[in-house]
Design a protein around this ligand. Structure first.
Ligand code: FES
Length: 124
């Protein structure tokens, strides 16, 4: 099975950042960092995808992690940094490797703590 890591491409970069007319949104910048981190980590069990708006705009930058049979996780309040991307990819790899999508808190990357918004029911 392959987990999906969806990055919002239209999230703003900061409270002050405009949402229109910018060459590279905060979300697009985070997506680029996530792709780089996933490639460096050889995350074969992970598929990075993009979507314009995950409807959690006030928690920019946002990502969504899911896999059939496992609960989905919506997380946000990330900056568009390599460190944030590495934490997201590290958590996603643990999620993908888990049988039920549950990652013990002791294993969470520091960069994920305080970023979760919602835990959504698994698809039937
Ligand atoms: S613009 Fe990213 S969640 Fe809406």
């Amino acid at each position: 099975m392959t987990a999906r890591l969806v990055v919002c491409t239209t999230c703003r970069a900061s409270e002050e950042a405009p949402t229109d007319g910018v060459r590279l949104s905060g979300g697009r910048a985070l997506l680029n960092e996530v792709i780089g981190a996933a490639t460096a980590a050889d995350s074969g069990s992970l598929r990075v995808e993009e979507q314009a708006c995950l409807w959690a705009c006030s928690s920019y930058c946002t990502v969504y992690l899911s896999e059939r049979g496992k609960p989905g996780y919506l997380a946000g309040r990330f900056s568009s940094t390599p460190e944030a991307a590495q934490a997201i990819v590290a958590f996603a790899r643990l999620y993908a490797a888990s049988p039920d999508g549950a990652v013990p808190y002791r294993d969470w990357p520091e960069g994920m703590k305080g970023h979760f918004i919602a835990r959504l029911p698994a698809e039937a």
